[in-house]
Write a protein that binds this ligand. Structure first.
Ligand code: SF4
Length: 495
């Protein structure tokens, strides 16, 4: 039996893709092993920063050095953005861009079973060793972006990547509570926005949604497998449904209501949603179900608190829009709502005064946590040109990052500190050996606060906890007071 390993880089959505590939390889009879010994190593890359690219290349080089016989298959955003660059690395056996991600398991199986050329032909491409068969029409159609380089260098690893993204949605196998107690269900792929710093529209194509019937089937399957908390995720989750051609209105709010009406899922969490996609209906669901079936947790990417910087970024909101959305959400979810945001530092031309506007906005809003990123110029984005024209010096970026980091810690401790002495609902998680040795268990509250629980509890239990303190690492300490008996009725599903 052959073994494989999948190494994931990047965001939750990318992780979900990697897990879907892994599930399919397992279903085909391969078993999961270590990258240092596996016959096939899948490297699921990210390309959101230059650092992400570097990390993927370093992993490939290390894997080839430790395991020279491994067939390394590279997929994900970097594989889509610069496939030739990756195909040229030693040990790489194939590159599968996001445009062909849904075919990745089949391509990998073809490769290990020595059926590479058949697999290529099956999808309209062919490359007999040293004797290219692919007709020029395919190249003219732009079906394979680097067709010429592929044909002119038969020794180079084959590449599957184009700009049509016809096979970009990789629907996951049934999501179950397993290694991850609270798995992601990726229901949306790609993005049609054009934020000037972002490479994702190039690497993942336009927005695509998983049909509602498939989402409901997945949720019901998750519940049947004993799952309690599910995280809906996507690249631009708030755009879910807009591309679906069917009767009736298809929006994320409609879908969430359907999940609550037609399944018995105990807790649903929404991952990142762009500020302007928090419409009145979605915020209304937070008021109706927040704290019971909908986690009181909202992540709204902010990026900058400066109107001028947001304009240069081509973001679709202004600081006052953002503030309005946050106020409405806090009113709907209550002070227990945990608010999170991504903030970018050092966008081209960011002045000290513009950065101070970001600091002021962050200070003014009740953030529970922040994800901070220094700007990283990505090739072929407008941000690259802006960076060439008006770069922010590295020392200024480092100084601003440090100031925001300190503010983020302060905000997080203030938010978490409010819950000391109070009771919250939580779900138990898989506990690390270190925590277990101290007789404690890991858990996450319904409103997204990590807690260390007294006593040893298995993962995936819904519990009620009393928060007893906040430790030096910023984690809440708590004791279980009760088990939660959440039972929600589902109407019959015929999907
Ligand atoms: S909304 Fe903007 S930042 Fe987010 S994926 Fe789309 S283009 Fe990128």
């Amino acid at each position: 039996m052959l073994s494989y390993s999948v190494e994931n880089f990047g965001c939750r959505a990318a992780r979900a893709d990697g897990e879907a590939v892994s599930d399919r390889l397992r279903a085909a009879g391969l078993y999961e092993g270590e990258p240092s010994a596996a016959e096939v190593v899948v490297v699921n890359t990210c390309s959101v920063t230059a650092e992400a690219d570097r990390a993927a290349r370093a992993f490939i080089r290390r894997t080839h050095r430790l395991n020279p016989a491994a067939r390394i298959v590279v997929t994900g955003c970097y594989a889509q953005r610069a496939p030739e660059e990756l195909a040229a690395l030693d040990g790489v056996a194939a590159v599968v861009g996001n445009s062909h991600k849904a075919l990745a398991p089949e391509i990998i199986l073809g490769l290990v079973q020595g059926r590479t050329d058949e697999t290529l032909k099956g999808h309209g491409f062919s490359r007999a060793a040293g004797a290219p068969e692919t007709d020029a029409a395919l190249a003219a159609e732009g079906k394979l972006v680097n067709l010429e380089s592929l044909l002119s260098s038969p020794a180079q690893a084959p590449i599957w990547a184009d700009d049509r993204f016809a096979h970009s949605f990789l629907e996951e196998a049934q999501v179950v509570p397993g290694v991850q107690t609270r798995p992601n269900l990726k229901i949306q792929e790609g993005c049609g926005n054009r934020c000037t710093f972002c490479v994702i529209p190039q690497t993942r194509g336009p927005s695509k949604s998983l049909p509602a019937a498939s989402v409901l089937r997945q949720v019901e399957g998750f519940v049947a497998a004993g799952g309690n908390e599910l995280v809906l995720s996507g690249i631009n989750l708030g755009r879910w449904g807009r591309d679906l051609e069917c009767t009736g209105r298809q929006t994320l709010a409609v879908l969430v209501r359907e999940i609550f009406t037609r399944t018995s899922l105990n807790r649903l969490r929404l991952s990142s949603i762009e500020p302007m996609d928090w419409d009145a209906e979605l915020i209304g669901l937070m008021a109706e179900f927040g704290g019971t079936r909908l986690a009181r947790h909202a992540h709204l990417p902010l990026q900058s608190g400066s109107d001028a910087v947001l304009r240069r970024m081509h973001r679709r909101y202004r600081p006052w829009h953002y503030i309005e959305k946050v106020k409405a959400l806090v009113q709907a979810g209550g002070a227990e709502l945990t608010l999170g945001a991504d903030v970018m530092v050092g966008f081209p031309g960011e002045s000290e005064a513009e950065f101070e506007e970001t600091m002021a906005l962050v200070r003014a809003l009740p953030f529970g946590y922040l994800h901070l990123f220094p700007f990283s110029p990505r090739p072929a984005t407008p941000g690259w040109e802006l960076h060439v024209a008006r770069p922010v010096p590295a020392e200024a970026v480092a100084k601003r990052m440090a100031a925001l980091r300190a503010l983020a810690v302060e905000k997080s401790n203030t938010h978490r500190g409010c819950f000391v002495g109070r009771e919250l609902e939580a779900i138990t998680l898989h506990t690390t050996g270190e925590l277990e040795a101290r007789g404690r268990s890991a858990a996450l509250t319904e409103n997204f606060l990590p807690v260390e629980l007294e006593g040893r509890l298995e993962a995936n239990r819904l519990v009620r906890v009393r928060v007893t303190g906040l430790n030096a690492e910023g984690t809440l300490e708590a004791a279980m007071t009760d088990a939660v008996q959440a039972q929600y009725a589902a109407t019959a599903i015929s999907v």
